[in-house]
Structure formats: structure tokens, C-alpha cells
Design a binder for this molecule. Structure first.
Ligand code: SF4
Length: 103
């Protein structure tokens, strides 16, 4: 589940990028896997979503949001759940390391 405290303030300007997303009007099911989807079917659906993201004018904003909010599901900003989780884990480790170095 998305962590609410990480979401941007409920100010329209903070969410305006979503109005320009290339995914607007597309089938939401392309971006979010159904229960128990695995293997080639999942890879194919993720690839379709990423192809849409690749031509999206707000891919940077979308990816930044998804990483900040730690969106647990779906393709956001051209990244699937696994890719996002990997980056979030690395970022947490880096922060812990920085804190421990500061003492
Ligand atoms: S980057 Fe992908 S998920 Fe994000 S707004 Fe654009 S098309 Fe939609």
C-alpha cells in the first residue's frame, strides 16, 4: 500500500503532471498486474506499459512520485514494481550508511 505520509500535499499543482501522462485514457489493466499473473504474460504486459511510458512527457515526474510514495504496485515512470523496490531498497541502505558514517 502507498504510504500516505510520503504523498505530495493535496495541492492541484503537485498532481498536475498526471493530466499530461501518456497513459491517460489507456486501459489501466496494462499498468497493474492481475492476481497471480506470472512469467511471460506479466513480462509482456509490463513491456507494453513501459512502451507507453517511454513516450510520456512526464516520465520524470511520474517516476519521482512513485519512488517518493513507494508505490507498491504497477508500472510507474517506466519502472515495474521490482525495479522500483530495488531502487528504494538501495536508497534506504545508502541513507542508513550515511547516518552511521555521521555517527
Ligand atoms: S510515465 Fe507511464 S505511468 Fe507515468 S504518467 Fe507517463 S505513461 Fe503514465
Amino acid at each position: 500500500m502507498t504510504t500516505r505520509k510520503r504523498l505530495p500535499r493535496p495541492v492541484a499543482a503537485d498532481w498536475a503532471w498526471q493530466l499530461r501522462g501518456a497513459c491517460r485514457g489507456t486501459e489501466e489493466a496494462i499498468f497493474f498486474h492481475p492476481d497471480l499473473e506470472r512469467g511471460p504474460a506479466r513480462q509482456h504486459r509490463d513491456d507494453q506499459a513501459k512502451a507507453i511510458c517511454a513516450r510520456c512527457p512526464v516520465i520524470v515526474e511520474c517516476r519521482r512520485h512513485a519512488l517518493a510514495a513507494e508505490e507498491p504496485y504497477g508500472v510507474w515512470g517506466g519502472q515495474d514494481e521490482h525495479e522500483r523496490r530495488t531502487l528504494i531498497t538501495r536508497r534506504r541502505r545508502a541513507r542508513r550508511c550515511e547516518r552511521s558514517l555521521r555517527g
